[in-house]
Design a protein around this ligand. Structure first.
Ligand SMILES: Cc1ncc(COP(=O)(O)O)c(C=O)c1O
Length: 396
């Protein structure tokens, strides 16, 4: 395996970016909220996009462009997953795919199971599709989290039509086990329901062997599952608008092919160019460099918290670049991110937006340089020095 050592771009370069991460707040704030990363693009992506710009190749996306085949090869090479390229369709982004699939799989008012704490748009998109959120929270195992398979079975038995799985899970970074995914698939099949699996963070699983693509979890999963994913998180391409929807059964494939034509038409051409470059073997060394950098950072977060915020509770995520941190011991209110923004000038994502269990929590994006991470946590730590502390919730 070739690993290309990867360093985040310097702060003065990043401040020239025009994306949400860099233009929501002023230059006095360190932005660590939205899921964008601070690394240079993989060279094959830069090349593909530069060539397209030079050509003025900025039109609509054609019906056949090769992404399905490139994604299938990536899935085999990187995830040990056999994808049938004829069952891959594209759309504008992952959440667009999720909304349209929920709309196709439910009647207005049907229930969709989500597992909070979870990426806030899971609830918003369920509502946008005319369905109703049915929360079955993750179970805290003491040293991690897991899907509550019994709770999900109960919800499906009571009539929920869809389970929306996030694997790896945002914000906890949990990689769900094959057993839990297979159990949910069996329940869904028993009750005639469907499972939509958002696997956008899958290229960034730290122990790649531990990841089970939902459609490969079991025969039931292949029958009831719809996977939606993209290159946008791992390769920082969110602005380019391209995601893939993958199925493994004739019935699920029919549902995807039956979506309105516009769903596929909304795929961005630059997104296709970039995703093909990202998922090609040429970008593997870059991806491994990113994984190595993030592996260092996920442990650095633990070290920095121990040093500057010793009452914080953090479990090292199994994937991605998001840290889910419980700061309730500091008594900074239900939404510590508010006070941290004001007092430390660090923008974190608001824990309560992820569900009731997010009270007292923040989500920190460590897809940055170790230096910026250190500065941010030192700044938050300085607040702790001057704040009253309340006893740790779990201290006997
Ligand atoms: C789990 C998850 N799904 C979807 C998205 C958004 O993806 P897209 O921009 O392709 O809709 C994110 C972004 O952070 C995410 O974390």
């Amino acid at each position: 395996m070739t690993v290309l050592p990867l360093d985040a771009l310097p702060l003065e370069t990043l401040r020239r970016r025009s994306s949400s991460k860099w233009r929501t707040y002023g230059d006095d704030v360190i932005p660590m909220f939205v899921a964008e990363t601070d690394f240079p693009l993989a060279e094959p992506i830069t090349r593909a996009l530069s060539e397209a710009v030079a050509l003025g190749d900025t039109g609509y996306t054609p019906p056949r462009h090769g992404l399905a085949e490139t994604f299938a090869a990536f899935a085999r090479r990187r995830l040990g997953w056999d994808v049938d390229a004829t069952r891959v369709r594209t759309t504008g982004d992952v959440m667009m795919g999720v909304v349209e699939l929920i709309r196709a799989l439910t009647e207005p008012g049907d229930r969709v199971v989500i597992a909070p704490p979870v990426y806030p748009p899971f609830a918003m998109c369920t509502e946008e599709a005319g369905a109703v959120v049915d929360e079955v929270p993750l179970r805290d195992t003491g040293d991690g989290w897991e899907l509550d398979v019994d709770g999900i079975d109960t919800a499906l038995a009571a009539g929920a039509r869809v389970v929306l799985v996030c694997n790896p899970h945002n914000p906890t970074g949990t990689v769900h086990t094959r057993e839990s995914l297979a159990a949910i698939a069996a329940s869904a099949r028993r009750y005639g329901a469907a499972v939509i699996s958002d696997e956008i963070h899958a290229p960034l699983v730290h122990d790649a062997a531990s990841f089970t693509p939902f459609l490969a979890a079991s025969e039931d999963a292949a029958a009831v599952g719809y996977t939606v994913t993209s290159a946008s998180k791992a390769y920082n391409l969110a602005g380019l608008k391209c995601a893939v929807m993958v199925t493994a059964s004739d019935q699920a494939t029919r549902i995807v092919r039956g979506l309105p034509k516009e769903v596929e038409w909304r795929t961005g051409l630059f997104g296709v160019h970039a995703a093909i470059a990202a998922f090609s073997e040429e970008s593997d060394a870059w991806l491994d460099g990113l994984r190595a950098a993030l592996d260092g950072n996920r442990h650095l977060v633990a070290d920095l918290l121990a040093e500057h915020l010793p009452l914080a509770r953090y479990r090292i995520p199994q994937a991605g670049y998001l840290a889910w941190i419980d700061l309730s011991a500091y008594g900074w209110g239900d939404d510590p991110a508010r006070r941290i923004l004001k007092e430390a000038g660090v923008a974190l994502h608001h824990g309560p937006l992820f569900g009731a269990s997010g009270v007292g929590h923040v989500r920190l994006n460590f897809g940055c340089s170790p230096e910026l991470l250190r500065t941010a946590i030192e700044r938050i730590g300085a607040m702790a020095v001057s704040s009253p502390r309340v006893p740790h919730a779990s201290t006997p």
